[in-house]
Unconditional design. Structure first.
Length: 185
């Protein structure tokens, strides 16, 4: 990993993250800061209110356990030594769905938008899914998250469903959009 500030993000997998004790020690706290800031600003990441530090620490622990058992992948994006984005997928737990995984979260610090962080994270997660033998990688996103939806389409994801006005945030309603990337083709 570069020690200085770069324009290209360094994308680390869970193993690389764990091999750097300083980054590993700060990861959950840095992830919390990104997620809380984004959700506080209205981002569609599955929370209405910013998550607590404990919620994010528990989530990180769950994802790391899935990675260790071969049931997930985690990627972290750094500019210099600063975490600017994270994403992960988890394999479906049901036996009939085991060949498939869901891209659960992709979050990029607002200050790093437009630097290719989201694309680099998603590319890495797609490569991890292929390597793990995943057949179909799915995700869902809020319908007004047009930048994310455009990114996913540009990487080969196709829409396979939509629930109109399904997501309720206060008085606002948004579509829930389902995307998939089928590696079997």
């Amino acid at each position: 990993m570069n020690s200085g500030i770069t324009t290209e993000p360094d994308i680390l997998d869970a193993r690389e993250l764990a091999s750097d004790p300083e980054l590993e020690a700060r990861f959950a706290e840095s992830a919390h800061q990104i997620l809380a800031d984004l959700v506080g600003g209205g981002a569609a990441l599955g929370w209405v209110e910013p998550p607590s530090k404990d919620e994010v620490a528990e989530l990180v622990g769950h994802v790391m356990a899935a990675v260790q058992s071969g049931d997930g992948a985690l990627r972290a994006a750094y500019l210099g030594r600063r975490l600017v984005g994270l994403g992960y997928w988890l394999r479906y737990a049901r036996p009939t769905h085991r060949p498939h995984a869901d891209l659960e979260k992709l979050a990029v610090d607002a200050a790093a938008h437009g630097r290719g962080v989201g694309r680099a994270l998603t590319d890495s997660l797609i490569a991890d899914a292929r390597e793990a033998g995943i057949e179909v990688l799915t995700l869902d996103a809020r319908g007004d998250n047009t930048r994310a939806l455009q990114l996913y389409r540009s990487l080969g994801f196709t829409e396979y469903g939509r629930l109109p006005d399904f997501v309720a945030v206060g008085d606002h309603r948004y579509d829930k959009v389902f995307y998939m990337l089928d590696f079997r083709q």
